[in-house]
Design a protein around this ligand. Structure first.
Ligand code: ATP
Ligand code: MG
Length: 429
């Protein structure tokens, strides 16, 4: 008999044989009977080990095996309404593959302790469900790009351009030359549209963000797309289609994970194009009316982003930010004061999930803005070449995978959207 997954054993009928392997999730004993809940990657099931039904040696092993020991079990399936999943296994064979020592994680532990023991804590059911949802979400995203004829590309994460500005960049010595861990692959994607036209990639991005918030990691998975011949409005259409597809698909395909995490699939089913668009200047007005002390040129913080989506059930776009507040590569609007950009804000106060823009084509304008930032123009020569040899209007966007997951999975903190979070004070384990 082959080993089976718990999700399949749960479907078996009364009296059928079962053979599973996994880890001890919970255990309690009353002398001659031991109740052991086993988990594998697909779920949990209760097993009952009775002294009279197995060999003495096996029973002793079952008694000795602590939580998180890895085990192999054979037995028969029985209905039991009280058991998780409604079924349990009456054990006829019990084998311990690896005895566990006293597991350090017990019920009430501090956040710091759990982060120190992250390599063990990722076995918890919540993180397991989050990671499953993330894997499925990535699969869905990839499907969307495939169906929409985008090429997936693989840019470098070692770079000599500090695209998003000096303060939040990690630098290191690259054989005697200063190099950076990439904050965005955007400039490389821009280079690739001249042959492939529609490209996307998924890479880690690095931000040396000193601000310790629930939404910032220092290393996160960045999904970026770039398309030739696309303006800012068309770029927003692309984004709302992608996000709606992801929400719809997750609502259909990830019911178990959503239920466990407390997200009602209905919240995701209503996410359909079009999303509301508001201009930065109107957003400032709106915030002033709500009592915020904020003026033209200021950046939005978490409370502002939360106030802007109050009463919204779908994400919204905030467009046309002031030139000075955005990166040098965003196209200046005809008014000369704003750029052709859009940030997508998730509902419920989860904040910015996408930043996108049409790209500037005028080299002089970019140089002027880069100089204001004190950047070394020489490093950008290759990028200006893209404007020199057959430039075309083009746009793109960057989406933080963990930010999107936070919203969809209703997570309180972005650290739980990734197995080994990198935070200002944490790069271990
Ligand atoms: P914020 O203002 O929220 O810090 P940003 O404007 O610096 O974000 P962008 O440079 O536009 O972010 O990056 C594109 C996307 O990457 C963001 O919309 C967000 O989803 C994600 N992102 C940015 N910084 C982080 C971070 N430190 N941790 C996780 N995700 C991030
Ligand atoms: Mg942004």
């Amino acid at each position: 008999m082959k080993f089976e997954k718990i999700k399949d054993v749960i479907k078996k009928e009364e009296g059928q044989k079962a053979k599973i392997r996994g880890w001890i999730y919970r255990k309690r004993s009353s002398g001659k009977i031991i109740f052991i809940v086993i988990r594998d990657s697909t779920g949990i099931i209760q097993t009952i080990v009775e002294k009279e039904k197995i060999s003495n040696e096996e029973f002793k092993k079952a008694e000795k095996a602590l939580i998180e020991s890895s085990v192999e079990i054979e037995g028969t399936v029985h209905e039991d309404k009280r058991a998780p999943g409604g079924k349990e296994i009456h054990v006829t064979k019990f084998n311990v593959v690896g005895f566990a020592q006293d597991f350090p994680i017990t019920e009430y532990q501090s956040v710091e302790f759990l982060l120190d023991n992250r390599h063990l804590w990722i076995r918890s059911r919540k993180l397991t469900e989050v990671m499953k949802l993330k894997a499925k979400m990535l699969r869905i995203i990839r499907r969307w790009f495939d169906e929409n004829d985008f090429y997936e590309v693989t840019p470098s994460v070692i770079t000599t351009n500090a695209a998003e500005g000096g303060a939040t960049v990690f630098s290191f010595d690259y054989f005697g030359q200063e190099a950076f861990l990439s904050q965005t692959a955007q400039m490389y994607l821009e280079a690739l549209i001249f042959s492939l036209e529609n490209v996307w990639c998924l890479t880690p991005s690095f931000r040396a963000e000193k601000s310790r918030t629930r939404r910032h990691l220092t290393e996160y998975w960045h999904l970026e797309a770039e398309e030739a011949w696309l303006n800012n409005e068309e770029n927003m259409k692309l984004q709302e289609e992608l996000i709606s597809y992801v929400c719809q698909s997750i609502a259909k395909e990830c019911k178990d994970e959503l239920e466990f995490l407390g997200r009602d699939p209905k919240d995701l089913k209503i996410v359909e194009p079009p999303f509301k668009r508001i201009k930065y200047k109107d957003a400032i007005k709106m915030l002033n009316e709500k009592g915020f002390d904020i003026k033209w040129g200021d950046d939005f913080g978490a409370p502002h982003e939360k106030a802007l989506v109050e009463g919204e059930e779908k994400p919204i776009f905030v467009t046309h930010f002031p030139v000075e507040s955005k990166a040098f590569y965003m196209k200046i609007s005809p008014d000369g004061k704003t750029v052709e950009c859009a940030d997508m804000l998730a509902p419920e106060g989860y904040g910015e999930i996408i930043g996108g823009s049409e790209r500037e084509e005028n080299i002089d304008s970019m140089i002027e803005r880069l100089k204001k930032d004190g950047a070394n123009i020489k490093n950008y020569e290759w990028y200006f070449d893209l404007r020199r040899y057959g430039s075309v209007p083009h746009s793109g966007f960057g989406l933080g995978i963990e930010r999107l997951l936070c919203w969809i999975a209703k997570l309180e903190h972005i650290r739980d959207a990734t197995p080994f979070p990198r935070l200002v004070r944490r790069a271990y384990p």
